[in-house]
Design a protein around this ligand. Structure first.
Ligand code: ACO
Length: 278
């Protein structure tokens, strides 16, 4: 039902554009520095569900409007406004951690965080939830929670544990000191920091490169990596073998007949170039 659909992406708090195989999702609350209100979590949950089945979108990029990535959770609309409605607080809390920590991680398509400016607290979980991350050198990151008497709550401490070295996670978590994109690159929070002026084009170039790979092999690459993190060697080998068989079924054996086959016919060199999608 979904495969032939070209959904309209109309959200209160997001802009979604799909072009050249890439969907760019832009958090669009610049007046509130793109802070994640309950509506943002609802819209993200819906957008990710729709984009999952939109064949035009083979790679996702998440960014923010107006030279700001995301100022973290909306401190007013979430922590203060929902203080006296614990069921609603729990519902939004769960939605907030699920799209960043579960949906993105297990998303069948590659995802890239494009950090164009301020990135605080809960926004670290967007960065970590995405497979890759590219930042503006001028961006400002910070685990600001300690500065207002909180700790990196929700999914943030888990994101720090997943991604950073202990010294860096604790340094920035305990001091709350802001840092720039180059530092984010140095500590491995992002793959690469580039000047803000070229960030969008460089990110889209990577996104288009990923969008041109075989989608089933791409999904398996993510799944095998993330699953292996939590598995014993024996379980990881059993998973890997089963995944290989699954790939044959999903692709119709393309990795052998076309991928290896065209190499053996001398048509291309997979060490140096991509076969692409046929
Ligand atoms: N939640 C709710 N509203 C926010 C947030 C936020 N996280 N961040 C900014 N805003 C709002 C401000 O309240 C202000 O609203 P108003 O115009 O209605 O008064 C508007 O956005 C602009 O904010 P300024 O502070 O005026 O913007 P400035 O560009 O000078 O500073 C900065 C931006 C540095 C992001 C600053 O707003 C700030 O420190 N925000 C808090 C960052 C933070 O600690 N986030 C929470 C992380 S913890 C977590 O996610 C669980």
């Amino acid at each position: 039902m979904f495969n032939d659909a070209k959904p309209e992406y109309l959200f209160e708090t997001l802009l979604v554009e799909v072009a050249d195989g890439v969907a760019v999702i832009t958090l669009n609350r610049p007046a509130k520095r793109n802070a994640m209100s309950p509506q943002v979590h609802q819209d993200m949950t819906n957008a990710l569900e729709q984009l999952r089945y939109d064949d035009r979108a083979r790679c996702l990029v998440i960014t923010g409007a107006s030279d700001v990535f995301c100022a973290g959770m909306d401190l007013k609309e979430f922590f203060i406004a929902l203080k006296n409605t614990p069921r609603e607080y729990e519902r939004v809390w769960r939605m907030a951690v699920e799209w960043r920590g579960q949906t993105l991680r297990h998303y069948p398509k590659p995802t890239i965080a494009m950090i164009n400016g301020y990135c605080f607290g809960g926004a670290f979980s967007i960065v970590e939830g995405c497979d890759l991350a590219m930042a503006a050198e001028e961006a400002t990151f910070g685990l600001s929670e300690i500065n207002f008497k909180l700790f990196p709550g929700g999914s943030v401490s888990k994101s720090l544990a997943n991604l950073l070295r202990p010294r860096d996670a604790l340094w920035f978590g305990m001091t709350g000191r802001p840092f720039d994109g180059k530092t984010a690159e140095r500590i491995g929070l992002v793959n690469m920091a580039v000047p803000r002026a070229t960030l969008r084009e460089e990110t889209l170039q990577v996104a288009r490169e990923l969008a041109a790979k075989d989608p089933h092999a791409m999904a398996a690459t993510k799944q095998a990596y993330y699953a292996s993190l939590d598995m014993s060697w024996e379980a990881a080998m059993a998973y890997s073998f089963a995944k290989e068989q699954e790939l044959v079924v999903r692709q119709g054996d393309a990795w052998k007949t076309e991928g290896i086959g065209d190499f053996l016919k001398g048509k291309y060199k997979p060490g140096l170039e991509s076969h692409g999608v046929t």
